[in-house]
Design a protein around this ligand. Structure first.
Ligand code: BGC
Length: 418
């Protein structure tokens, strides 16, 4: 691998989200988990029975406990140990979330212990020379906010602003990078269009309205954060897919591809183009469209049945750069791979894709692998394994670095040498 291509200050990191790792969170999601676990277990075969690994996951996917985040992977109490692992992996940055429901458990009331926790969290990262990249919102809502309608009601944006102002006040001067929202498109589609996530609504108009309110939420947050610290680099973590026509030059495939690229990839980013300092995005998929249907190759697939095309990152980087000419941060990227069979190949291809783009002049400033630890995969629960580090929840939450991560750590160490 060519050493000099990645800039010296490139952010090599791993990504997490508070609800997926901390444990002991109480929010709209944790409440929903408890009331939906039995049903998710009962319908598992219908939803997941087609997966090539179904027989391996069957017993876990049919167990209601799988669907409860519970004690997470105890990252809330074990963060120092986890940051030592980040160091061991030769990473120089870390993306994490602050759980709104912990900071503001009741409307307008701050939990100063929780605030102090996140102060010490950031301090411990910095002490290890790990650049903290804060993600303010990763889908979870305090129950009081959800009960008032969450982001469905424009008037609730005042609560969001109040929360962001607190974050800016407390942490704004300690940070260089802040992500306001994670994947607003996935959130609105799953929570308000296909109804698979709380609050389980299926209404295209509500979907668009919540989407629009999240655009506004980002704009407010950007203003508040920049007023506190103008040097802060602020963006979002968009979910972007490498969308391609199955039959290049076929009129319908090209038309659908164009529309899907706009609808899924650019619609949100376009609306906030004046309010972002970098383009942050999560990359997991290449999607081929044949007519109006997704028509992906059947192999190779990850454990979740997602078609794996890691090199699809390259065309996406080129397209983002062509549109926005701003530094680009890959805020999430990874693979559900319990056997650690594909991760090294995935990482290798991903590095090559970034090298190609950088050598062609694209300003890629960082890469954050999803995820540091095996974690709670939302409505899938615990069985999918995205971690660079395996966590054994049955045996004292024991952390074990996967072979692919050891390999990657060596690569990164070489790249960081002069
Ligand atoms: C989300 C993560 C999730 C990952 C893998 C991303 O869309 O931001 O929270 O764990 O996908 O499913």
């Amino acid at each position: 691998m060519t050493k000099k291509i990645f800039p010296k200050n490139f952010l090599w990191g791993a990504s997490t989200a508070s609800h997926q790792v901390e444990g002991g969170t109480t929010n709209q999601w944790s409440v929903w988990e408890l009331s939906h676990a039995a049903e998710l277990a009962k319908t598992a075969e219908k939803r997941l029975g087609n997966l090539p690994i179904w027989k391996d996951i069957k017993s876990r996917a049919q167990d209601p406990h799988n669907y409860v985040s519970g004690s997470g992977v105890e990252h809330y109490s074990r963060y120092k140990e986890d940051f030592d692992i980040v160091k061991q992996l030769n990473l120089n940055s870390f993306r994490f979330g602050i759980e709104w429901a912990r900071i503001e458990p009741s409307q307008g009331e701050w939990d100063e212990n929780a605030v102090a926790h996140y102060h010490s969290y950031i301090k411990e990262l910095k002490r290890r020379k790990i650049e903290p990249v804060l993600n303010i919102w990763h889908w979870t809502l305090p129950t009081w906010f959800a009960e008032q309608g969450g982001f469905k009601k424009s008037e609730n944006l005042k609560h969001w602003q109040h929360f962001v102002a607190k974050i800016a006040e407390e942490f704004g001067r300690d940070l260089n990078y802040v992500i306001t929202l994670n994947e607003p498109n996935v959130y609105t589609a799953s929570s308000y269009l296909n109804g698979q996530w709380p609050p389980g609504e299926k209404n295209p108009l509500t979907f668009l309205w919540v989407y629009w309110n999240l655009v506004r939420a980002h704009k407010y947050a950007y203003k508040i954060l920049k007023a506190k610290n103008p040097r802060l680099q602020v963006g979002i973590a968009a979910q972007l897919a490498n969308i391609q026509a199955k039959r290049p030059h076929n009129f319908i495939d090209e038309l659908v591809t164009k529309w899907m690229r706009y609808f899924w990839n650019w619609m949100f980013l376009r609306r906030i183009r004046l309010q972002q300092d970098f383009i942050g995005f999560n990359y997991y998929f290449t999607d081929y469209f044949k007519g109006v249907r997704r028509h992906n190759p059947q192999t190779p697939l990850n454990d979740l049945g997602w078609y794996m095309e890691p090199e699809g990152l390259y065309p996406l980087l080129i397209r983002i750069w062509t549109r926005y000419k701003k530094p680009i941060m890959v805020t999430e990227n990874g693979v559900a791979d319990a056997g650690d069979e594909h991760r090294r190949w995935w990482l290798e291809e991903t590095m090559v894709a970034m090298e190609r783009a950088i050598s062609e002049g694209v300003d890629v400033c960082g890469y954050f692998h999803w995820s540091l630890l095996d974690n709670f995969e939302w409505a899938y629960g615990w069985w999918p394994k995205f971690g660079l580090v395996e966590v054994d929840r049955e045996h004292g939450m024991k952390r074990t670095i996967r072979p692919s991560a050891k390999w990657w750590a060596e690569e990164i160490s070489e790249l960081q040498q002069d």
